[in-house]
Design a protein around this ligand. Structure first.
Ligand SMILES: Nc1ncnc2c1ncn2[C@@H]1O[C@H](COP(=O)(O)OP(=O)(O)OP(=O)(O)O)[C@@H](O)[C@H]1O
Ligand SMILES: [Mg+2]
Length: 298
């Protein structure tokens, strides 16, 4: 079975893209023994910092050629410095003694250089710059069941590489009114890019938004439930208009707001390892079951 390549993307910031990539990836690898590769495409390097200890992070800061930014630089400059086997960090996170907590969870780290990458890619209009990530990483994906792309909060050039490379898009979402209006706009922008790029990859002619994940759910009054009901209506409408996949769904359960999420990124551990009794650990375990059933349909 080829790997399923999934972009976690939303042009809104702080909606849980990185949290979903790290924690869903960790549950799929630890509980279900899936082989998961997390690819950090965000100059903020949040997934990288979350999963690495201080020394490894420092090493990556000094070795940008072992991060995703080198992939883009190589294509733009005609160099071949990026070497997947040297760059991939196998079995993250590691215990203080250096043993992998989750042997089948791998990471391709990011570097703040990605900020410059945006400008470099934008200036190169003659090449189909959005194909670069796929060209370099596709040959390495057969070793995995899932490749999760952690995207920056925009749909600029690096994100377009993720949209081109991925088989499916998952939209993390925090339910409020602004997010709802953003969801529709986002679906249109994504579809427009797909239409533009489908000449290079026919698969892009089909809507690829396959799921939404609700994050930071709070059980206070009925504000959140109303927002979720509105999102369900929106998903139904966008499905009927062909802007998202016919089988697109909101994954269950919503990930509840949980104070342990902040402390687990500080401790550089996924929440299931940081505190297996946290409510978000339970939610991510449950969501992984729904995730596997949902993506088995595609
Ligand atoms: N279930 C949760 N409960 C409480 N806090 C959460 C939860 N999920 C995520 N957070 C917090 O919300 C913030 C944003 O989450 P995250 O970094 O995953 O979002 P993002 O979409 O990747 O952000 P960015 O757009 O900056 O990349 C973080 O501080 C994270 O700790
Ligand atoms: Mg993020």
């Amino acid at each position: 079975m080829p790997a399923k390549i999934i972009a976690f993307i939303n042009f809104k910031g702080g909606v849980g893209k990185t949290s979903n990539v790290v924690n869903l990836g960790a549950v799929l690898a630890r509980t279900y023994h899936k082989r998961v590769l997390i690819v950090d495409l965000d100059a903020q390097c949040n997934a990288t910092f979350w999963l690495l200890g201080h020394a490894e992070r420092q090493r990556l800061e000094d070795e940008p050629q072992k991060t995703t930014s080198q992939i883009f630089r190589d294509h733009v400059n005609g160099t071949r410095f990026f070497d997947f086997d040297e760059a991939v960090i196998r079995g993250v996170p590691r215990s203080p003694a250096g043993n992998p907590h989750i042997p089948t969870l791998d990471l391709l780290g990011a570097h703040v250089d990605l900020l410059e990458t945006e400008d470099i890619l934008g200036a190169r209009t003659l090449q189909p710059y959005f194909t670069f990530l796929e060209k370099t990483l596709k040959p390495h994906t057969q070793a995995y069941d899932y490749v999760f792309l952690d995207c920056p909060p925009n749909i600029y050039n690096v994100s377009k590489n993720a949209l081109f490379f991925a088989d499916h898009y998952v939209i993390p979402y925090v339910p409020d009114f602004l997010s709802l209006s953003g969801f529709r706009v986002f679906a249109r922008v994504v579809k427009r890019f797909q239409d533009q790029a489908s000449g290079y990859k026919p698969k892009l002619a089909r809507p690829l938004i396959a799921a939404a994940i609700i994050n930071r759910y709070k059980n206070v009054g009925n504000v959140f439930d109303q927002a979720i009901n509105q999102l369900k209506l929106e998903v139904g409408d966008l499905r009927s208009k062909g802007l998202i996949h016919q089988k697109a769904a909101i994954l269950n359960p919503p990930i509840r707001d949980c104070s342990r999420m902040a402390s687990c990124s500080d401790s550089h551990l996924p929440v299931i390892i940081h505190d297996e009794n946290a409510i978000s650990s339970q939610d991510y375990e449950d969501m992984a079951t729904d995730f596997l059933a949902h993506f088995a349909q595609f």
